[in-house]
Design a protein around this ligand. Structure first.
Ligand code: M6P
Ligand code: ZN
Length: 247
C-alpha cells in the first residue's frame, strides 16, 4: 500500500504537463486492464494501472511501477520527468524569427517525457522517452524540436514513430544535413556524432519514442551557435529540406 500511494503522487505531479489535451485524448485506450490485488483495491481504488501484483490463473505476477501506453507512448508511474517547450522558449530556433515573435509565446511546440531510472550521466545506463511534437509552422517551417548532438559524441540513439507524420532531421559534424521520413512504426537509428531533430509535417501530434544512453548528455550549444544547415519547409504543401542559402 505504501508503494501505491507513492506512485499516485508521482502521477499527480507535473500539473503544467497538459496530458489531458495532448495525450489522454489521443487514440490510446486504457492501459492494460490489470486486475489489482484486493489489498491495492481497498487502499487505492484508482490504482489499477499501478497494481503491484496481479493474480493470473497460474501465479501472482509482480508489476513494476511504470507503464507505457503502447498506442500513444504516454508514460506514467515512477521515475518520469516531463518538460515542454513553447514558442516563447524557442527564440532564434526557427528561420523566421520575426514570424515566431508575432505568434503566441504560450503555444506549446513540443513536450517530452523521460523515464530516468538512473541519474543523468550514469555510465552504462539507458533512458527511455516519448516526444510529442505539435502540428504547426513558423513562417512555413514545421514545428520541430531544438535538436542536439550528444555531449558524448560517440553515443547513438533509437527513435521510433508512434503516431503522426514527420521527419527526423540529421546533420553530421561537417554540416551535411538530410532527413528520414517518419510514419507510425518507422524505426530510426541515430549513430554517434550526428545531430538530430524532429519535425511534425502533419496536422496531428507527432509522437516519437526514444532510447539513449544515460551518459550521452545533450549538447545544445553547438546547435545554438551554428544551427542546422538545412530546414524542413512547407513548399507548396510538400515538406522540403531547404539547404542554407538555397531559399
Ligand atoms: C527525445 C530524446 C531526448 C530529447 C527529446 C527532445 O525524447 O532525444 O533526449 O531531449 O527528444 O529533443 P531536444 O532535447 O532536442 O529538445
Ligand atoms: Zn539524442
Amino acid at each position: 500500500p505504501h508503494r501505491l500511494r507513492r506512485l499516485h503522487r508521482a502521477h499527480d505531479r507535473a500539473p503544467d504537463f497538459d496530458r489531458g489535451r495532448h495525450w489522454a485524448g489521443c487514440a490510446g485506450v486504457d492501459l492494460i486492464p490489470l486486475v489489482a490485488s484486493a489489498e491495492a483495491k481497498s487502499s487505492a481504488p484508482k490504482a489499477q494501472y499501478y497494481a503491484e501484483t496481479v493474480q493470473t490463473k497460474e501465479k501472482k505476477l509482480t508489476m513494476n511501477g511504470t507503464m507505457v501506453d503502447l498506442l500513444s507512448g504516454y508514460l506514467r508511474g515512477d521515475n518520469i520527468s516531463e518538460s515542454k517547450r513553447t514558442l516563447g522558449d524557442l527564440k532564434n530556433v526557427f528561420q523566421d524569427e520575426a514570424a515566431r515573435a508575432q505568434m503566441n509565446p504560450a503555444t506549446i511546440v513540443y513536450e517530452v517525457q523521460s523515464h530516468m531510472a538512473v541519474k543523468d550521466g550514469t555510465p552504462g545506463g539507458l533512458f527511455f522517452g516519448t516526444s510529442n511534437v505539435m502540428p504547426g509552422q513558423v513562417g512555413g517551417e514545421y514545428f520541430m524540436t531544438k535538436g542536439h548532438y550528444h555531449a558524448r559524441r560517440e553515443c547513438g540513439e533509437y527513435y521510433w514513430c508512434i503516431q503522426g507524420m514527420g521527419a527526423l532531421i540529421l546533420m553530421d559534424e561537417s554540416g551535411k544535413c538530410w532527413f528520414e521520413p517518419m510514419q507510425p512504426g518507422s524505426l530510426h537509428y541515430i549513430p554517434g556524432y550526428i545531430a538530430h531533430r524532429l519535425a511534425n509535417t502533419g496536422d496531428t501530434p507527432l509522437r516519437v519514442g526514444a532510447c539513449w544512453p544515460s551518459d550521452a548528455g545533450h549538447d545544445y550549444a553547438s546547435i545554438a551557435e551554428h544551427g542546422f544547415t538545412a530546414r524542413l519547409m512547407n513548399v507548396g504543401g510538400v515538406p522540403t529540406l531547404v539547404q542554407e542559402g538555397q531559399a
